[in-house]
Structure formats: C-alpha cells, structure tokens
Design a protein around this ligand. Sequence first.
Ligand code: SF4
Length: 411
Amino acid sequence: MNERDSEKIESILQENGYEKADIKEADIVIVNSCAVREKSEKKIFSEIGRIRNLNKKAKFISMGCVAQIFPQKLSKISDVVLGTASIYEFKNFFNKDFKGIFVSKEMTESDYIFGHLKSPTAYIDIIYGCDNFCTYCVVPYTRLREVSRSYNSIIQEIKNAVEIGAKEVILLGQNVNSYNFDGVNFIGLLEMVNKIAGVKRIRFVTSHPKDFSEDLAKTILDLDKVCEHLHLPLQSGSDRILKLMRRKYNFKEFAQKIEYFRKYNPKGSITSDIIVGFPRETKEDFKQTLMALEEIQFDEIYSFKYSNRPFAKAALMPDQISEEEKKERLSIVQDLQSKISEQINKRYLGSIQEVLIESKAKAFNQVQARTRTNKIVNIDNSKLNLNEGNLVFAKITKLNKHSFNGEICTN
Ligand code: SF4
C-alpha cells in the first residue's frame, strides 16, 4: 500500500510537470514511511536527518504511516507532513506554500482515481483501513477505519492502468475479503474485474483468515484471470497466542480455510506471515507454530520478530520475550521454512508455467517473470526479444534460493 501511495504522489508530480532528480539537487524531497515494525519507524527519523544534510534547500515532505501517527514530531524536521488518509490533499499543494500538517482522521476522497506509472502490474486500492484491531498491530491507527471504494472508481482506475500497459492488477486492502460497496462483496468485485478487457491476470492481497470462505476459494478456480495464489497470514500456530493476538480464528479453523483453497486449486500456492516472540509465547506455543508450518506446508512465509507498536494493546502485556530469544526463534522458523519451500519448489522443476515478464533481472541479459502462483522465474533474453508485459510459457529448468531459471517454450 505504501508503494501505491508513493506512485500516487509520483503521478501527481508528473501531472504538474515535475521530473525525478538527484537527491542533492531536487526542489522537493518526499519520504514515505512505514510504521508496521519498530525498526522501520525508527529508521525514518535518521533517514530524514541524513537526506536533509545532503540537500538543505529542498522542500521536505514526510508522508505515510509514521506521518499519520506522529505528525507533530515529524513537523519539526519536515516542511509538510502528509498522512495516509490525506494524499488527495497533495493535489492542492502546487498553488500554496509547501508548509503544514495534513493529517485527516478519516479517509478523504476514497473514490478519487489517481494516476499510474507505466508498468505491467498495477496496484489498485479497493478497501482502505482496518477494523480488526489485532493486539500487535498499528495499522488501524495508521490506516484508520475500513472504507470500501466504489466499484465504478475501481473499474475505471483499472481501465486507465490497462490503457498504459498494465496486464495484471493486484487488488489491495488490509482485508480485501471485507470489501462491500452498495451490495457488491469481494466475490462480486472479482467477477466485475474479470470481465475487463485487457486485464490478463488478477491477484489480491491481503485476506484475513476469518473472512476467507469456500465460495471465494471456488471463485479463484471459476474466474480464469484470478491467479492461484493465496496469501493468508497465520501469525501463530498456538490457539492461546492467536487469542492473545485477537485474531478471531484458531488453528483448526485456519487449516480448514487452507483445505478450501486446495480443494479447488490443488496446484495453487499459499504464503503466510508468522510473528515469533509475541508476549507470553512459551516454548510450547512456539513449538505449535513449528508444527503448524509442517502441517500446512506453505510455499513461503514472511516471518518477523514481534516488536511493540504504539497504541497496540500487546505492548502493555506482561512477559515480553527477550530480543535474544526472539532472534533464536526467528532463525529456527526460517530454517524450517527454507527446507519446506525447497521441497515444494523442487516439484516445479521440468514443469511448464505461464509467466508474465515484469522487468529486467539482475543478471545480464535476463528478464524477470512471475508465475500465476507468484514464483519468480529468470529467463535468458540474449537470443529472444522479451519485453515487459509479455505473457509467455516457460519451462522451469533450475531452482535457485528464492527463484527459478526458465526457458521459453516455443511450441
Ligand atoms: S487484520 Fe489485524 S494485522 Fe491485519 S491490518 Fe488489521 S489489525 Fe493489522
């Protein structure tokens, strides 16, 4: 969502005749910020200091999640502070002095259609905010209450993105499954997007396990453009910890949702998020997380050490886990997941996958592509002429640590 917010700002600047410049010579410097973990929040303050030293003349804009929750603090080191719900305000800056705090307590102009930069993949906000208040999470304070965008503005924005080359759309929200506008739910919205000419693939992120249904699992199968990849954050394998986190499901219920997905999408992939070292997480609780990883067999997980976040209830809980213990648990989780991922990914070797060319790869003469199941495939382009946005079939030839190598199938 932060990436999309940055893109919105960049498109407004482009519309007003601005171009990207070297940071030392820029007239305006904008720093977008993330508050989801303590480390990223702290970094923003040191980063602003560092950049201001490089360019003392530029107008300085701080935006994003840290701006939303700490506007006063950021205003001491920025000319403008722009909250997550006030991006629309940025359109009006060009007639004014760049000065002030623009932080709304509710989403302004949720239906406004911002521009997109040319890319094969377009991020499309469908729902803003979150009403779940998981006890470790700052997002309900940084992104505020849930607001679904009108389907008309979503569809128009997708059409605009397709017109400038988007082939794939990623529908964004903290909890996309809660989408509800004028009687249209998330499944209804997927059906509408599936009909848009020029859209070749549809992805969505993030689903909350409590709202993921068998109907949605079947819709992924039924709608040809919806990719067979589900990101479903588990967070912990222990029911006791899930309750303390206020996740509103237990492990058995979570496993049931996974079964729904696999019943209709047996070749699909599933990724998840895991937090280790939540307050009061015992060794037994942690063991249950490891057992959950073994049982579910996620393709990949994004794993984090718990950190106290402002306003979040868990920061006040007793029995906080030491940094050392959290670090050790994280490394155990990551080691286990690496083995599971490797086993799952080996099954891809020799298979033929539909891939979307996204960009140049790091290696010379290679392009980076993505399967419908969200796996990265690097393809040698030295004798081919593959371009961003091409949708082709590739044979998977080699397994790397976090990606594959592939060869284009010519017949
Ligand atoms: S569902 Fe929970 S973890 Fe996700 S954004 Fe909302 S409060 Fe945070």
